[in-house]
Design a protein around this ligand. Structure first.
Ligand code: GTQ
Ligand code: FE2
Length: 347
């Protein structure tokens, strides 16, 4: 046994580690690493029809949620990236998803159907396809479907991050569904989407008072930018959903964007220390991630891991929604953005 090994052994008995050994450990230290992945809508959507008929459809299981699991992470994470959760949720006509709240921030991005509403923070918010709805941390919420067709939406949550921080909390409400009651929150939130704030008081909350962002508005912004040629070489026609009080991200842990690409658009490549989950609204194309081409079409979900080179190719006019963990990195100076030295990846 070398002197080094003997020292390491004695230190191990004292629950101490010599620093020269941590070089071996440091790869494992940040936990498992997520990989690039596409979850295909055409393959997952039919499984809901099957799930309606199975035990998933029993009383109390109205929350019909299929979690998207990143194959680079252990199944127990059930996460889309190391910080973000992605899921598809179906609600059937007449169903109520029981009222609760949690320390996870959540958002919905509607994929199919209409006629459901959610009550968040005492405000009723109705949902149409491709609308973005916010459920900030610890806000009570319940979902009710009064329409005639099944509804499906994408759920985005910061669960892996909150759980890592061991700050997870979940509470069921005494009543099954919530009645709208919060008039001042409703005022602050209603009549939004215009850059103008309603309501008498300005609350400088880190959460946007606007609880819904209509797709009709995002779509028009993208279309205008594309026809005006106002195109970012990395992200196409890109808009951030913002908190109208602060101009900042919509929630303290998650940022949301809408992006559009003209047919034939091929972006330059860039990598960021943030990770993203993208949901395709319309079109067909591919994201080249670390040199590999991941093809996508409508309602597919794509994971972009932290620090992966990303580049977009649109085969048709395309639009997507992006959820990013960028706000988690910014306060600590950890957001780094690097443009590819060759412009594009070779693939
Ligand atoms: O709809 O409130 O996908 O609480 C995970 C946790 C959805 C929800 C999820 C949740 C919800
Ligand atoms: Fe929830």
């Amino acid at each position: 046994m070398t002197d080094d090994d003997a020292l390491a052994e004695r230190l191990a008995e004292l629950e101490a580690i010599p620093v020269w050994d941590t070089r071996k450990l440091s790869k494992e230290m940040g936990g498992p690493r997520a990989v690039a992945h596409v979850w295909r809508w055409d393959l997952l959507r039919p499984e809901f029809s099957a799930a309606i008929k199975t035990k998933l459809a029993g009383p109390g299981t109205e929350r019909r949620v299929i979690l998207l699991h990143n194959p680079g992470l252990p199944k127990s994470y059930a996460a889309a990236t190391h910080t973000l959760n992605g899921a598809l949720q179906m609600i059937l006509p007449g169903e109520i998803a029981p009222a609760h709240r949690h320390s996870y921030a959540a958002l919905r991005f509607v994929l199919e159907g209409s006629g459901a509403f959610t009550v968040v923070n005492g405000v009723r918010v109705d949902m149409d396809p491709f609308d973005l709805l916010l459920t900030p941390a610890m806000f009570w919420h319940s979902h009710t479907h009064v329409g005639t067709e099944p509804m499906v939406w994408f759920d985005g949550l910061d669960t892996p991050f909150v759980t890592y921080m061991q700050a997870d909390a979940f509470e069921l409400h005494d009543s099954r569904s919530l009645e709208p009651h919060n008039e001042s929150a409703r005022e602050a939130h209603d009549f939004g989407n215009t850059g103008m704030l309603a309501g008498r008081q300005r609350t400088m909350s880190a959460n946007s008072p606007q609880l819904i962002y209509k797709w009709s508005v995002a779509r028009v912004s993208i279309e205008r930018a594309i026809s005006a040629g106002s195109i970012d070489p990395f992200d196409g026609a890109v808009f951030e959903y913002v908190n109208p009080h602060t101009g900042g991200h919509v929630m303290p842990t998650m940022a949301c964007y809408a992006q559009g690409f003209a047919s034939g658009f091929h972006s330059l490549a860039r990598r960021r220390t943030s990770s993203s989950v993208c949901v395709v609204v319309k079109g067909r194309g591919a994201t080249i991630i670390d040199g590999k081409r991941y093809e996508w079409t409508e309602k597919d979900v794509i994971a972009e891991p932290a620090s992966a080179w990303c580049e977009y190719v649109a085969y048709e006019p395309s639009m997507m929604f992006r959820l990013s963990d960028q706000p988690l990195l910014e306060p600590f100076g950890l957001l780094r953005v690097e443009d590819h030295p060759d412009g594009r990846q070779s693939s």
